[in-house]
Design a protein around this ligand. Structure first.
Ligand code: 5AD
Length: 420
């Protein structure tokens, strides 16, 4: 989501990104507020550019994104070299804002309004020939998860029209994209004028020149049978689903206000796997929420043991300002939460590797994305299951093509492969 917003920021300014901050006329730090650590990082990132501003007083420095939205005024007070803050919904106004500053009224700006009608107006910058891209289909979130700051900083759910989604898709395809990832906070809750998410997949399947469709993040309650059928029946939809569960315990799920039971979640996984046996599943888990007991945590461990996700993104609960979680009376010890997090992560590392080892010496369709960053002699690509794979002995002319690749070496998060 933030990568997409950064690309919209670049495009809205018709700017050419430079590699070195010291070469820039404008520096905008795009930020995330999902956990406390992320918002600390944001403030220190802006701090780094103070020296450049002293050297070059014409340099414009801004902060965008959810931290900007959350602490707007406070940041402007606290950081004298910050010229403006702008929230995620105001990106379409950024261009005018910069012109205003350049005209030199001298005021520092706080743009954190939530009442912007045209939230989708600006499309992202897309490097010519880049094989993959993002298309936002939804802004904000209507779920009320007790731990989560997203509704506060990104506002209520707004769904993008089918017409605009198709237009932006075509734009990226014309610029060379072969694979598009459709994004929203609860992407599968998308609906617009009678169309639902499963219909949207049917429409996207029809886009000429598009080879692969991904989407993220899905909300478990909104995985319907029609959505499962649509994923299975549309050949461009990748065999990958990110389905955050957050906890394996019904008691904790209830406190989190997740609106499903763990039985429901497990049943959805079974339905998805029955329909698509080669589906790769990933999830998000928060440990230490509320008064999570040892028994609650054991249920989360049991879930990852049973489901065998390919990837689990796991986090220690971080209290966020203005969320229902902030006022909950019970919070468990930091040490205990950290110990649980480490246990979960260490078991999951084994499971991820075990899953990957089972795929050795088999051939997969890989979309070749680019030359590998670490070893320019290797190419990099992904399978439909979103597995990263580094390929030896393949000509660069295959970038942008789907090639049969045999996996010859497996790691926890990637593979080495060769043409089949
Ligand atoms: N503390 C820790 N993790 C959080 N997440 C969201 N809010 C919090 C929080 N307050 C995690 C959830 C979500 C992912 C994007 O970040 O697991 O799915």
């Amino acid at each position: 989501m933030n990568e997409y917003d950064s690309d919209r920021i670049i495009n809205s300014l018709s700017a050419h990104p430079v590699k070195e901050p010291s070469d820039a006329d404008i520096i905008i730090v795009n930020t995330c507020a999902i956990r406390e650590k992320a918002d600390h990082k944001a403030v220190s990132a802006v701090g780094k550019y103070k020296k450049l501003k002293i050297k070059n007083p014409d340099l414009i420095i801004g902060m965008a994104g959810c931290v900007a939205q959350l602490y707007g005024k406070k940041l402007i007070k606290q950081i004298p070299h910050l010229d403006f803050v702008i929230g995620p919904r105001e990106i379409p106004k950024l261009r005018d804002l910069i012109f205003d500053i350049k005209e030199g009224s001298g005021h520092r700006r706080i743009n954190t309004s939530m009442d912007i009608e045209e939230v989708f107006k600006v499309s992202p910058y897309h490097e010519a020939g880049k094989v993959n891209g993002f298309v936002s289909i939804q802004q904000g979130c209507n779920k009320k998860c007790a731990y989560c700051i997203v509704p506060t900083v990104r506002g209520n759910e707004i769904n993008r029209s089918l017409k605009e989604i198709l237009e932006e898709s075509r734009l990226l395809i014309n610029q060379g994209a072969k694979e598009l990832t459709y994004i929203g906070q609860t992407v599968n809750s998308w609906k617009y004028e009678g169309e639902k998410f499963y219909n949207l997949l049917n429409h996207l399947q029809e886009l000429d020149g598009l080879e692969r469709i991904r989407f993220t993040t899905s909300f478990p309650r909104d995985v319907t049978s029609k959505m499962v059928d649509s994923m299975r029946n549309n050949s461009k939809v990748c065999r990958q689903l990110h389905l955050p569960v957050q906890s394996g315990s019904n008691r904790v799920l209830k406190q989190m206000n997740r609106a499903y039971s763990i039985e429901w979640y497990r049943d959805s996984i079974n339905r998805l796997r029955d329909a698509m046996p080669d589906l790769s599943l990933s999830t998000d888990i928060i440990v230490g929420f509320g008064d999570e007991s040892n028994e609650d945590f054991d249920e989360t461990m049991k879930l990852i043991e049973d489901v065998k996700f390919d990837t689990v993104y796991s986090f220690k609960y971080s209290i966020r300002p203005g969320t229902p979680g902030e006022t909950m009376s019970s919070h468990i010890d930091d040490d205990i939460a950290l110990d649980r997090l480490h246990r979960l992560q260490s078991r999951q590392r084994e499971i991820s590797l075990e899953n990957n080892l089972k795929q050795l010496n088999k051939s997969y369709k890989v979309l070749i994305e680019n030359a590998s960053r670490n070893n320019p002699k290797e190419l990099f690509g992904r399978t439909s299951q979103n597995k990263a794979i580094y390929i030896k002995d393949l000509n660069k002319k295959y970038i942008g093509k789907i090639v049969d690749i045999t996996k010859i070496e497996a790691f926890q998060n990637s593979f080495i492969g060769e043409p089949t």
